[in-house]
Design a protein around this ligand. Sequence first.
Ligand SMILES: Cc1cc2nc3c(=O)[nH]c(=O)nc-3n(C[C@H](O)[C@H](O)[C@H](O)COP(=O)(O)OP(=O)(O)OC[C@H]3O[C@@H](n4cnc5c(N)ncnc54)[C@H](O)[C@@H]3O)c2cc1C
Length: 412
Amino acid sequence: MPDVDVVVVGAGAAGLGAAKALRAAGKTFRLVEAMDRIGGRAWTRDADLGVPFDIGCAWLHAADRNPFYPEARAANWTLYHHDMNVDHLYYGKRKASEAEQTGMKAADAALAALLESHTSHDDRLSSLLSRGHAVRASATFSGPMDFGKDDDEISIADFKAAADLDPNYFTREGFGALVAHYGRDVPVELSTPVRRIAWGGPGVAVETDRGTIRARAVLVTCAPAVLAFGEIAFTPDLPAAHDEALFDLPMGMLTKIPIEIRETRLGLAAFDDLLIERHARHDIYFLCFPFDTDLMVGFVGGDFAWELSVAGEAAGIDFVSDRLCDIFGNDLRKNIGRAMMTNWGAERYVRGAYAAARPGKVKARAILATPIAERIYFAGEHLAGPLIQTCGGARLSGEAVARDIVAALNRA
Ligand SMILES: Cc1cc2nc3c(=O)[nH]c(=O)nc-3n(C[C@H](O)[C@H](O)[C@H](O)COP(=O)(O)OP(=O)(O)OC[C@H]3O[C@@H](n4cnc5c(N)ncnc54)[C@H](O)[C@@H]3O)c2cc1C
């Protein structure tokens, strides 16, 4: 006899959304989470910088379709509409001219047109890009800073399938805090990593560090990299196509390096976007002084973000301080206060920022979205259709798959 209808693995946005949908449909479930908190990659902390800071997701993307947007309004969260634009562009230490800045916007439009008309067999985004400055800057913003991957590792088909994420909003209180608020009434078993899912007999047996739970179905919402690393064993093994799909959805990387700049705004306005293009793809983007806090939030993405993870937090903070001093002068050092660097690659139960299909492997997403024997289901940001990689998309994915499970259980 099963203990419950469904075990949900992971209490990020997808798992919390799924649990609420199961509850609404009158199904019994247990939601188990490896970490000692809910939210997964949605996590706001104020201990590091004295203000709420999102270690993971921060922008409420696609607010017109994002279920967290009405949630934020209902909770009276402070919202700011952020029109993403490169307000300040630098090539190394040099400020780009007006003409260069206009050139970057033209490159954005040209890239969009090339994507639209793309028919070649080469699925790498890099195949569409020439090496010109303006094109590089445009590609940096959409590649490493957005997809978390360098352009030669991005599948054009995958990139094209992702929605335009406008309109974007920020919350002062934090997106992570919003997800925690959303999940506050969901029963979650924390610090309970799942080690094995046995599906050889009827239903499933989900083995955790705190015992085995028998259920009619299991919904797994962990990042694909967690599964590719074998954190959860499957007995019998997953079908080969699913195993391969996990391999074909590796994690991209986005690293944030916020730094306090005291007593000056450097001539920048709150929420300005500043991009520094450098050689060797060591580019860095800054979100300037959000909500008029003292923070310049540095972002690095793709291979460089993985490299900085290995070099460590001190190297990352030095890199950010040096780049700002390159531009604004060495005197700025006396204004620099607290700083930190995120490192999602070292988070055992996440292992990166978000998934991106390997070039030529966009079908991996559809394969992983196919349930196994009406017993094993997957959901999460990596299976969120046009809202892949986003927190709102993760929740919608969890809710949708939970409804599929309910329908299958009702049929059985
Ligand atoms: C630096 C960074 C910036 C981002 N910026 C944005 C942004 O601005 N806007 C946006 O919309 N999105 C952003 N994202 C992406 C967004 O955070 C994710 O898409 C979303 O939070 C993923 O939710 P999820 O439920 O799919 O996965 P997760 O949040 O990873 O949840 C999965 C859960 O499963 C748990 N788990 C893993 N293994 C096990 C196990 N063996 N047993 C039990 N539990 C397990 C994990 O601990 C985790 O809590 C960002 C992500 C990062 C890392």
